[in-house]
Design a protein around this ligand. Structure first.
Ligand code: ZN
Length: 146
């Protein structure tokens, strides 16, 4: 188990799941206090290394016992957004391209793409993503390519 300060610095004192700041001085017994989430990267795979990420105590998946949820920003106009955690996990295993949301306008899609790439730069710092916007059926598809 790594030192909390090392994991905290690595994640710049932001919770890897909810993206809100974590106070390094908060009590580790409070819900918003800092904790280390030991999430096994490839679940079920023997010998897969656990990834250590900074989480609020209340957000911690407790070694994956709770399904991790990465929420989309409520400020975006996205229709049928995919669960971010699952999409990123699939893309990290297999690569390729996935449609992650539909947006009513090009501007909404641009905004969602910008938000998502920024969010993923902290959620999955080791991966490179490209966002692609494709018009179709009066809507704009937002796809993520890894
Ligand atoms: Zn959190």
């Amino acid at each position: 188990m790594s030192d909390l300060n090392v994991v905290g610095d690595q994640d710049a004192w932001r919770c890897w799941l909810c993206d809100a700041p974590v106070d390094p001085d908060a009590s580790t017994n409070s819900d918003l206090g800092p904790s280390i989430d030991n999430f096994a990267a490839a679940k079920g795979k023997k010998g897969a290394p656990a990834v250590e990420r900074l989480a609020h105590r209340a957000c911690n998946t407790m070694k994956g016992k709770i399904a991790p949820v990465v929420p989309w920003s409520p400020d975006l106009f996205v229709v049928d957004p995919s669960p971010i955690f699952e999409s990123v996990e699939r893309l990290s295993r297999k690569g390729g391209r996935e449609i992650v949301a539909r947006c009513p306008s090009q501007a909404d899609a641009d905004q969602a793409a910008e938000w998502l790439l920024d969010r993923l730069s902290r959620f999955a710092p080791g991966m490179e993503f490209e966002a692609q916007i494709t018009p179709g059926g009066g809507q704009f598809m937002l796809a993520l390519r890894a």
